[in-house]
Each structure stands twice: as structure tokens, then as C-alpha cells.
Design a protein around this ligand. Structure first.
Ligand SMILES: Cc1cc2nc3c(=O)[nH]c(=O)nc-3n(C[C@H](O)[C@H](O)[C@H](O)COP(=O)(O)OP(=O)(O)OC[C@H]3O[C@@H](n4cnc5c(N)ncnc54)[C@H](O)[C@@H]3O)c2cc1C
Length: 465
């Protein structure tokens, strides 16, 4: 062993939501923890996110009269994964989710809940103000005597002992940081790695990157080098709904992070530059992205009216249409034809598209794309006919990579043969197997919190290496 090695019970790589949840859980269970962050500050993708986390059976749901439980959640996640999710990884989520919610709430994370956030679906998204969940857990870590937090430390490789057990990490500065009980990889995905995107998702190489600036898949490589199994690598997709700040006539704020907006969840139609619908707007943003990228200039518009604007809510931020309006990201006009002029599309076609859609709402059936026509609070309430009218120009953006290393229910990393790699745990976006072929919205941040909490508890109880 290097005499100058820094020694802790646990080393956590990456200080996003997963890393902060893992470090705090492990420290609260009595372990000494070193939380290493590559960037200049904590947060990663987690502090850029919209803020919705999936939980089931919470007090907020009960207060809203919503009945929900673990089994319903398991069914929903497996259904979203279209048969490609790993049931054990889904079980890891289900097993730890309610405990994680209760634990976060007890530490001061504030959740909002609205039963009708996504009309027609049982809502499990618990909103937080963007970045607030990570900030709250991070504050606890800074105050915890068992946690050492360091920034500007890039973990490069995993250190193994004689039996192949992971006993620490090395950094790009040549330093060794040793772990008596284990290492938790919480280094996020690879939205910022051209090399890994070229390998696993070349179709998205030229897409706007929305993930954390330092998320270059380092943890994935480190685990891969020790023979870790990989899951869901074929299912990397971009997300539909990233704003286009430079769209003609929209205010562009230099340095502003791209914003996601989902007015379609509340009934907006999505049209292309030809002013025509092209997709079932009720699909999730990962699925819609596949259709959106094929449209002219990869551009789409979410078109909605004053009624939908009134359903705006601050958290999670993709539901905050009013803020998007205040930020100058929406086009607004008193008529559909006027809106078409601002969008640069043919007014007659847009009027026909909206009128046809309103006819589908009246008939209760969408023969064009099969969008379920849901009850939005009375006859005709789903029609888009109450001015002023709004359009949100948007494209696809790469928010998260959805895939990664295989784990068991205790968040131990498994090798290609399904055997645990001793001393190695993973949490958050670096983990594969949960989402499968598509994505249950809100399980990105959810997976960071829930797997972070689970991995922290597991590693703290791990054998001394
Ligand atoms: C715009 C946007 C909106 C989103 N909205 C939602 C939402 O509402 N709901 C939802 O569920 N999901 C959402 N997501 C996805 C979600 O944010 C991510 O899945 C989640 O934040 C991943 O958390 P994480 O802790 O695993 O990774 P991160 O938060 O990215 O943290 C990883 C950390 O590891 C650090 N790191 C990387 N490599 C190293 C290294 N070698 N050494 C040390 N540190 C390293 C990084 O710098 C980073 O700080 C959104 C994403 C984006 C971009």
C-alpha cells in the first residue's frame, strides 16, 4: 500500500444526487466517507434537472386521495421498460423507494405533489425546486463529521486488493484514496463523452448536451475495466422538449441553460415546421425524441392555449409554463393564425391541424396518432380554443444516458457473469437495467436518490476489505 494513501471506510465517486445520498446514508450508518467530485462544485446533472422524482405510497399521495403502492409501481416501471428492464434492478428501486422518500423528507427535502400533473395517468412525480434535493443532502454532508468532501479530484481507476476486491481509487493526480468497506460509483452518465456516444449512441452525437459538464462516463469505464456487466446500452435516446433560445424573435439570454417544457402532458399538440402533428403527444419524451429528430430541422412546437397555461405549476420545472413565458421562451398570439406567423409556419395548415385535433377531442378518439383523449375537467376542456395561444419551439437534447453497469438488489456491481465485484457499488445514472427500452418519467432523479440511499446503506454494512 502507498504510505501516503488517504484511508476511509467508504469512497463515493461523484457528488450529484446519487453521490450525496450515498455519502450521507453511509455516514449516518457510522462509516467514514470520502466524497470525491471532479468538477469545481457538487451537483452534476442533478442540479440541472426539472426536479420530479418517482415515489409510490407517499403521504402526499394519500392526502390527495391517490392510492398507490410498491406493486403498482413495479408494474408501471416494468411496463415502461417494455420487457427489457432487469426485474432485480427494478426490485432495488421498489425496495428502497419509500424509505428514501421518508428519509429525504426527514432531512428537509421539500416535495410538491399534484394528482392531476399528468391527466389520465396515476401521478407518481413528486416535484422539488430544481437542484434543491441535492443541495439539501449536500448541506448535511458538509455538516457531518464523518464526511470528507473534496472537489477538483478526478477519479481515474479502481484499486483492487489481492483477491480482486475493490479497495479504493486512484486519481488523475496519481493519488490513492483507500476504502476499507467499499467504493460507490456515482459519477453519472456519459452525455459529455464523444467517444462513448460514438460507441453506444452515435445517432445522438450532434445533439445538444444537457447533462452535467463533467459527465464523461468515467465510472462506467472504471467498472467496465473490472469486468462489470452492462445493461440498456442499446436504449440511449435524447429527450424531446429542450428549448431553442435562439429561435427567431425569442429573447436569448447568454449562458442560460436549455430549459425543458412539457405542455403536451397537459394537452398541448406537437407540430413540426409544416404545422402538422407527427406523434402521439402522450408518449414520454424519450419516445417522442425519436420522431422529433426526423422532422425538418429537428424542430417542433408545443402549441397550447390559455387553459393549459392556467395549469402551469412551479415544480417540477417542465410544468412551469408561466416561467417559460416570463423567460421569453414562448411565442404568444391572440389567434392561431397570429401564432403561426410568429412560428414561421403556414397559418391555414396550423388552423386546420388544431381544428382537426379539437374534433378528435370532441369525438373522444384520435384516429391520426392514437393519443388517448382524457377527461381534462368537463366536456370540451381538452380543446385548444381559448386564446391567447402559445407555442414553445423545441428540439431534442441529451439529458441522461439511461444505461450502465449491472447491479443486484443491494446495489453491488455485478460482473459479466452476474457475480458481485467485491467492494464495488453503484448508484444513479451510471447504473443500467432499470429503464429498459423506454423510461418511466422521474426515475432518473429517482434512481439517483433511491439507489444512492441503497448503496450507502449497503456499503456501510460491507465487510472490511
Ligand atoms: C435538463 C434536465 C432535466 C432533467 N429532469 C429530470 C426530472 O425532472 N426527473 C428525473 O427523474 N430526471 C431528470 N433528469 C435526469 C437526472 O437529472 C439524472 O438522471 C440524475 O441527475 C443523475 O444523477 P447522478 O447523481 O447519477 O449523476 P450527476 O448528478 O450527474 O452526478 C454525477 C457527478 O459525478 C461527477 N463525476 C463524474 N466523473 C467523475 C470522476 N471521474 N471523479 C469524480 N467525480 C466525477 C460529476 O462531475 C457529477 O457531479 C434531467 C436531466 C436534465 C439534463
Amino acid at each position: 500500500m502507498n504510505d501516503s494513501a488517504d484511508i476511509h471506510d467508504v469512497v463515493v465517486v461523484g457528488a450529484g444526487l446519487a453521490g450525496n445520498a450515498a455519502a450521507l446514508s453511509a455516514a449516518e450508518a457510522g462509516a467514514t466517507v470520502c466524497l470525491l467530485e471532479k468538477g469545481e462544485a457538487y451537483g452534476g446533472t442533478s442540479v440541472k434537472a426539472g426536479g420530479g422524482l418517482v415515489f409510490a405510497g407517499t403521504d402526499l399521495q394519500r392526502e390527495a386521495g391517490v392510492e398507490d403502492d410498491d406493486e403498482a409501481l413495479r408494474t408501471a416501471i416494468l411496463a415502461a421498460g417494455r420487457g427489457a428492464s432487469d426485474p432485480e434492478t427494478v426490485a432495488a428501486y421498489v425496495d428502497h423507494q419509500l424509505d428514501t422518500y421518508t428519509w429525504m423528507t426527514a432531512r428537509g427535502v421539500e416535495f410538491d405533489y399534484s394528482a392531476d400533473l399528468q391527466p389520465g395517468q396515476l401521478n407518481r412525480l413528486h416535484g422539488t425546486a430544481p437542484g434543491s434535493a441535492t443541495a439539501t443532502l449536500h448541506r448535511h454532508n458538509l455538516e457531518h463529521p464523518g464526511v470528507t468532501y473534496r472537489t477538483h479530484v478526478t477519479t481515474e481507476r479502481l484499486l483492487t486488493g489481492g483477491s480482486g476486491t475493490v479497495v479504493g481509487v486512484t486519481t488523475t493526480d496519481g493519488e490513492e484514496v483507500r476504502a476499507r468497506r467499499g467504493v460507490v460509483l456515482a459519477s453519472g452518465g456519459f452525455t459529455r463523452s464523444d467517444e462513448l456516444l460514438a460507441t453506444f449512441a452515435p445517432q445522438w452525437l450532434s445533439t445538444t448536451r444537457l447533462g452535467g459538464a463533467d459527465n464523461t462516463g468515467d465510472g462506467l469505464r472504471m467498472a467496465w475495466a473490472l469486468g462489470a456487466g452492462l445493461a440498456d446500452m442499446a436504449y440511449v435516446e435524447a429527450s424531446f422538449g429542450a428549448c431553442v433560445p435562439a429561435f427567431p424573435d425569442l429573447a436569448d439570454v447568454p449562458g442560460r441553460e436549455p430549459t425543458l417544457l412539457y405542455a403536451n402532458a397537459q394537452g398541448a399538440v406537437i407540430v413540426n415546421r409544416e404545422a402538422r402533428r407527427f406523434v402521439d403527444e402522450s408518449l414520454n419524451y424519450k419516445q417522442i425524441s425519436v420522431s422529433c429528430v426526423r422532422q425538418t430541422d429537428g424542430l417542433a412546437f408545443q402549441v397550447f392555449d390559455a387553459r393549459i397555461m392556467e395549469r402551469s405549476q412551479p415544480n417540477p420545472s417542465p410544468s412551469d409554463y408561466k416561467q417559460a413565458l416570463a423567460d421569453g421562451l414562448l411565442l404568444e398570439a391572440p389567434t392561431i393564425a397570429g401564432l403561426a406567423g410568429l412560428m414561421g409556419v403556414d397559418p391555414d395548415t396550423l388552423e386546420t391541424t388544431v381544428a382537426t385535433y379539437n374534433g378528435h377531442v370532441d369525438a373522444g378518439h384520435d384516429p391520426d396518432f392514437g393519443r388517448p383523449i382524457v377527461d381534462r375537467g368537463g366536456p370540451g376542456a381538452g380543446r385548444i380554443d381559448a386564446g391567447p395561444f402559445y407555442a414553445f419551439p423545441c428540439r431534442c437534447g441529451l439529458t441522461t444516458t439511461y444505461c450502465g453497469v449491472t447491479v443486484d438488489r443491494s446495489l453491488r456491481v455485478l460482473d459479466v457473469y452476474g457475480e458481485p465485484i467485491a467492494g464495488l457499488y453503484a448508484a444513479g445514472e451510471v447504473v443500467g437495467g432499470l429503464h429498459g427500452a423506454t423510461y418511466y418519467s422521474g426515475t432518473g432523479l429517482g434512481k439517483a436518490a433511491v439507489f444512492g440511499r441503497g448503496a450507502g446503506l449497503s456499503v456501510a454494512s460491507g465487510a472490511v476489505g
